[in-house]
Design a protein around this ligand. Structure first.
Ligand code: ATP
Ligand code: MG
Length: 374
């Protein structure tokens, strides 16, 4: 049997990017032989195995035939006679279809190296349209590689548009959509993911409730401008997500954010920050006096959850930068108030219930005075 490195690891090596995970393809073997060599099968439906020592994924070379709709509607054929070239032909993009043998020689029948040089995300074959997940994958790779000058080939974009029009994206599970979207939010140009999906009229699949075909283009543009600011300020996906949602939600309604989070199956950490931003950020406009600032800091639980508060501040900064009526300086005021108030030392605690209440009032008063001194 022969083993080749394939996919992302080869692509990223050639681009001189850090390698995330390594995928291998095995030619000329069988499941039985793999298991005899100590590999463990990952999935009963796929001839994919974990390496006994490294835990990396080794897949038997395979071909796929479309047999039903959706991302998983394929009949798979793996056998020792399947060649490397046949396996590479079933892959999504030419830049993901380069293999490397153990001597470091590249095998590149789809001309992926040319597309790497041309900075082009191009589909391997017309069979691209058979898996709707590829629309999201291409948008995600574009989010990663756009800052390096990569563009989606016009023919590939046209196929993505056709796939979206045919309704194939509707067969993807919500969990899979969230997985791709979350990964896209981690990428340097997360905005590119949403822009591309919009171009293919596929956003209604990712955000079915709000970003449907009736969404005014201005709303989307405003939301993406806010996301762009957020991605310049932080690499944290949860911050970027909260900014996007707060900017999208009509009239900053928390119910809408809750709805989108439910539909997206966004985990608690993402929901919590998004809901906090949508609820508290609009209140910033009315901040004037020290007691209001302290009340808002308390509402944010800023003194106990300072790291979440910092995330909130970054999100608010990004939103304020694109909505100047919100007055960005009020976000700065809130941060300064926090710094001042956190430096206030606790007064000595009383022993009785009454003195306990007096103690917390005194503590609040001291914090207000510190903020007033700003
Ligand atoms: P990443 O850096 O995100 O891991 P990757 O290209 O390695 O990128 P994987 O999901 O790890 O992506 O998949 C490994 C390889 O398998 C891809 O490079 C591609 O060749 C192929 N592949 C994965 N998913 C698909 C798909 N839905 N359709 C076609 N080929 C796919
Ligand atoms: Mg990979």
């Amino acid at each position: 049997m022969q083993i080749f490195l394939v996919g992302g690891a080869v692509r990223d090596q050639l681009l001189k990017l850090p390698i995330r995970d390594r995928d291998w393809v095995v030619v000329g073997s069988t499941p039985e032989e793999m298991e005899r060599q100590g590999f463990t099968r990952i999935d009963a439906n796929f001839p994919v195995f974990f390496h006994p020592k490294t835990g990396e994924e080794y897949a038997l070379a395979r071909t796929e035939n479309k047999s039903a709709s959706g991302h998983k509607g394929f009949t798979i054929h793996a056998g020792p006679e399947i060649t490397l070239a046949e396996d590479l032909r079933r892959r999504d993009l030419t830049i993901n279809a380069i293999a490397k043998d153990i001597d470091g020689k590249l095998i590149d029948p789809m001309d992926g190296q040319r597309d790497l040089a041309d900075r082009c995300l191009r589909h391997v074959s017309p069979a691209f349209i058979e898996d709707p997940l590829r629309v999201l994958r291409v948008a995600r790779f574009a989010a990663r590689l756009a800052p390096r000058g990569f563009r989606v080939a016009a023919e590939t974009l046209a196929l993505m548009q056709t796939m979206s029009k045919d309704g194939e994206l509707g067969t993807l599970s919500r969990e899979r959509i969230w997985q791709e979207t979350r990964r896209a939010l981690d990428e340097p140009s997360a905005t590119t993911y949403f822009q591309l999906l919009h171009q293919c009229d596929a956003l209604k699949t990712v955000f079915p409730e709000r970003l449907n075909t009736q969404t005014p283009a201005d709303d989307l543009e405003g939301a993406l401008a806010a996301l762009k600011h957020a991605q310049a300020l932080s690499t944290k996906a949860s911050i970027r997500f909260s900014v996007l949602l707060a900017a999208i939600a009509l009239k900053n309604e928390v119910t809408e954010v809750k709805l989108i989070c439910n539909q997206l199956r966004a985990p608690a950490r993402y929901r919590e920050l998004a809901e906090l931003v949508i609820t508290v950020y609009p209140l910033i406009t009315n901040l004037r006096h020290a007691d209001q600032l302290l009340a808002l800091l308390e509402k944010l639980d800023a003194f106990r959850r300072s790291s979440r508060f910092r995330d909130f501040l970054i999100a608010a900064t990004a939103l304020a930068a694109t909505q100047p009526t919100r007055e960005p300086r009020r976000v700065i005021m809130l941060e300064q108030a926090f710094l001042k108030a956190s430096r206030v030392r606790r007064p000595a605690t009383g022993k009785t219930h009454d003195s306990g209440i007096r103690f917390s009032e005194r503590f609040r008063q001291l914090r207000i005075e510190a903020i007033e001194a700003l």
